[in-house]
Design a protein around this ligand. Structure first.
Ligand SMILES: [Zn+2]
Length: 76
């Protein structure tokens, strides 16, 4: 099972279900394929408990992509 760490929880308009409710910001370990290998890194997502779905905002996409590249550099 994935280890998920809660960073914060905030009542706001949820971009996943488009309702206002507590949206959690979580950190989890993601594994993605990058340059022919698998890279594990810590990624940040928003989580909607109503839809049980994760979403990356534009900032998160940038940060997560940077975290993946850093992890790749460290492992190689
Ligand atoms: Zn939602």
């Amino acid at each position: 099972m994935r280890k998920i760490k809660l960073i914060k929880s905030e009542k706001k308009l949820c971009l996943i279900c488009l309702e206002e409710h507590e949206v959690q910001t979580v950190m989890l370990t993601d594994t993605e394929e990058y340059k022919g290998g698998e890279v594990s890194f810590k990624a940040i997502y928003e989580y909607c408990s109503l839809a049980d779905e994760y979403l990356e905002t534009e900032d998160m996409i940038r940060e997560n992509s940077q975290a993946m590249k850093d992890a790749y550099r460290k492992a190689n």
